[in-house]
Write a protein that binds this ligand. Sequence first.
Ligand SMILES: Cc1ncc(COP(=O)(O)O)c(C=O)c1O
Length: 473
Amino acid sequence: MTNPLAPSWLEEPSDLNELVTKVWPRHARRRDTGEFEIGGVSAGELAASFGTPLYVIDEDDFRARATSARKVLRDAAQKIGTDAKVYYASKAFLSTEIVEWIDQLGLNIDVASGGELAAALAGGIDPARIGLHGNNKSLREIGRAVTAGVGAIVIDSEIEIERIAAAAGAQDVIQNVRLRVNSGVHANTHDFLATAREDQKFGIPLAEAAALVAKIRSHKHLRFLGFHQHVGSQIFAVEGHLESTRRLLRLHAELLADGEIPELNIGGGFGVNYKPADNAPDIQYFAEAIMDCVQAECAELGIAVPLLAFEPGRYIAGPAGITLYNVGTIKEVNVTEGAHPAVRKYVSVDGGMSDNARPSLYEAEYHTVLASRSSSAAPALSRVVGKHCESGDIVVRHDYLPADIAPNDLLAVATTGAYCYSLSSNYNFLTRPPVVAVRDGKARIVIQGQSEADLFTKDVRYQQLKSAAGDKE
Ligand SMILES: Cc1ncc(COP(=O)(O)O)c(C=O)c1O
């Protein structure tokens, strides 16, 4: 009998050692010895060299996903007589090395804060290929973006028009801007991830957008590039994108009477597989459906197809990354579910919500396998939990692991390349794990892990005590 605690979507796997292709990075496989490897480096070697928890990026997979996102969206756009600017949404995962990859691969980059802007600039990408977002950009952030010469700033509220115009005026430059519109479309995703519905903080209501475009156009230091939307994240069905795009194009067409509108930014949000039961469509599906919609709508409105922009983040980074953890303690918890007593195995690992906040933030589900060896033990319904003082500190809520899972085994958790490192924290004074990139049998540190001393660098008394102790020596 299946465990009554298992959700209906979770199938008991016939082979617990199998790496289901659709959730693992392209260069993940199980060795003949049973060990999990990624980019030609085994889980054991990675853990021995860098410790656990450890974020691991399959560099070639990340690069291939970025390249293909750009190519698929551009090819589809070219088929309808336009082109696409593809921005990597850097909030998914950012370091200066990632900026270098994105730069080399010909993508643009979008940033959502002064810090992300600093990383993009430090990474060496041409500022003209940076887009700046944010619903509350500080004057400093705006000034820095204008001074650096970023390619576009996305205006998110009326007050920003004057702020950006003033910064551009002070530099005597013309700043390209987009206007983020909340089209009222609610894309099919978790509530906290859905950004284009009326009752939320992002963008300008559709009904107010025309007046704000007139205001933007009245400033000689601003150039209106076009509207921007982002209907949500981790989206599997394209209808939300299509409906929102139609709404924006109707307004776009109306406002062409008073000046050029060269572009339309359709945002990101393309979903990925987190677990074997997921069936995320490929980006090709989104690209074709969106282009068909844009072409048909523009034909009906009698307007030229604008240049399109997209901002995939998770699609590029998510599936290319995994996290390795070491198992510490294991408990079998008896849970009475209806008439049937059931057992769930709680497998505690050496990280948790500080390195992956998504399960506690969004009830996100993940998939895991035993990585240090294979096993022929029976499947046991398991919950992988972290070491934080929170009962919501869950890494993998529902999955099967071999019943002989034991302390010091390594677990690999799939699809942690996006919104894991970038959402990580020092909760409970846990140090942030390192990030390594693997490729052709070699592992390289991209971001160093924090040491315990790093946790105290901003603690004033700690530093005073340390320097007093140093003086005495
Ligand atoms: C404005 C904007 N663009 C792009 C993205 C990237 O979304 P995703 O990583 O789901 O593609 C986000 C994510 O929140 C966003 O807010």
